[in-house]
Write a protein that binds this ligand. Structure first.
Ligand code: TYD
Length: 137
């Protein structure tokens, strides 16, 4: 459910000349990272996402700027505003997500548990609801 998704505080090394946040497989997050990608140059007013994943775990980080992530398990919706590079939103499988309210220059960094697989996506909301009810969720 959406209550399995939460904001995780990441390791932060504070220095007067700049900060560093580190993610390593084996600690920090509850999956191994097989892929990372980042979304940037999102035009003002645009929204992204609009799909769910069947098996993918993700950690979503506002590496720069801010944006909102709305998670939906078919019953309950929760919206998180991400605006700290040392916080990551854990998104478990079977959650519909929408990203919007991107500030200009924002960078959405994503760590993912699997390589890209178009077959892992559910892009139709009714199909998502059917997927959830087939799993009795
Ligand atoms: P998509 O995940 O639909 O974007 P968003 O959820 O941010 O709106 O991906 C957009 C396009 O990029 C889609 O055509 C597939 C491609 N893509 C890859 O080829 N590999 C990847 O790892 C990702 C995340 C996307």
């Amino acid at each position: 459910t959406v209550y399995d998704c939460s904001v995780i505080e990441l390791d932060k090394h504070h220095h007067e000349k700049g900060n560093i946040t580190v993610l390593e497989n084996g600690n920090t997050i509850p999956f191994h990272v097989k892929r990372s990608y980042y979304l940037y140059d999102v035009p003002g007013g645009e929204s992204r996402g609009g799909h769910a994943h069947k098996g993918l775990f993700q950690l979503i980080v506002a590496a720069s700027g801010s944006f909102a992530v709305t998670l939906d398990d078919g019953k309950i919706k929760r919206t998180f505003t991400l605006n700290r590079p040392y916080q990551g939103l854990l998104v478990v499988p079977g959650i519909w997500r929408e990203l919007d309210d991107f500030s200009s220059g924002s960078v959405c960094l994503v760590f993912a548990s699997m390589k890209y697989d178009a077959g892992d996506y559910i892009r139709d909301y009714d199909e998502f609801l059917k997927f959830k009810s087939d799993k009795n969720e």
